[in-house]
Write a protein that binds this ligand. Structure first.
Ligand code: SF4
Ligand code: SF4
Length: 115
């Protein structure tokens, strides 16, 4: 495993026949200081806010093809987001060639601090 490349989507844990991999729900920071949220179960607590810029999006569908949980789809030349399926792994945000996707974790954290 190349640790800095892992987005903690949990897909390997689901597919390993020997139950050799565990992914824990947690926050973690990448080497460039970005905050990521990892969780194994889709039904768990949800953090982050997904947004997609229609102005930037070229509907190349790279994000759709690489989403591990099929939370993204393409209909009538538009990318659709299914919040129920998203595990907030941030793969789509990283892979988009025109930076059309943003997943905001900072907002949630600020709200938690203010409460
Ligand atoms: S990868 Fe980016 S440009 Fe391509 S469809 Fe997804 S959001 Fe749009
Ligand atoms: S963050 Fe993006 S790639 Fe990851 S599950 Fe959600 S929509 Fe799919």
């Amino acid at each position: 495993m190349i640790k800095n490349n892992c987005v903690y989507c949990g897909l390997c844990a689901d597919t390993c026949k020997f139950d050799a991999i565990k992914v824990y729900d947690d926050y973690y920071y990448t080497k460039d200081g970005k905050l990521y949220f990892a969780r194994l179960y889709v039904d768990g607590e949800r953090k982050g806010e997904f947004s997609l810029s229609d102005k930037r999006c070229q509907v190349c569908t790279i994000c759709v093809k690489n989403c591990p949980t099929s939370a993204l789809s393409c209909e009538d030349d538009k990318i659709l987001f299914d919040e129920e399926n998203c595990i907030y792994c941030r793969e789509c945000e990283q892979i988009c060639p025109v930076e059309a996707i943003n997943i905001d974790f900072e907002k949630e954290i600020k709200e938690e601090i203010e409460e």
